[in-house]
Design a protein around this ligand. Structure first.
Ligand code: ZN
Length: 140
């Protein structure tokens, strides 16, 4: 565990038709936010979710081509492969009020999205491949 100090708080939105991960990453790069917490709500017109299968150590991905509400989106920001990397999970609700959730992949197309970012100071955490889990985990 590493100590961080909260430094800045941002709020913003993405536009209808944006690819969520790419657009959010662009906002992070514009402000050079390398460490922090992301929260968001909104809606998508399609989304790709992932389930990490611990037996195969691979993500199983599914593309949902339907309008869904983003009930809860949360994620963290760190460095992976020398680049700013947002790691994002989401719970999405469907018309029948059932939900789908998981690791959020591209392409996920925004209908509307409002987010908050809490930026932390200090050296950012760095993701490195972990043989035991098959995941890119923090170095701390
Ligand atoms: Zn994940």
């Amino acid at each position: 565990m590493k100590f961080f100090r909260f430094s800045n708080f941002y709020q913003g939105r993405l536009n209808k038709g944006d690819e969520l991960i790419a657009a959010l990453t662009n906002h992070l790069k514009e402000k050079n936010i390398k460490s922090g917490l992301i929260l968001g709500i909104g809606a998508v017109s399609s989304a790709k979710l992932g389930y990490f299968n611990a037996d195969t150590k691979k993500y199983e991905e599914e593309l949902f081509n339907e309008n869904m509400e983003i009930i809860s989106l949360s994620g963290n920001i760190s460095i992976k492969d020398n680049a700013i990397f947002p790691h994002i999970h989401a719970v999405l609700s469907k018309r029948d009020f059932s939900v789908a959730g998981g690791h959020l992949f591209s392409p996920t197309i925004v209908y509307a999205f409002e987010y908050q970012i809490y930026e932390f100071t200090g050296e950012p955490l760095i993701r490195q491949f972990d043989e035991e889990t098959g995941l890119y985990l923090w170095n701390e």
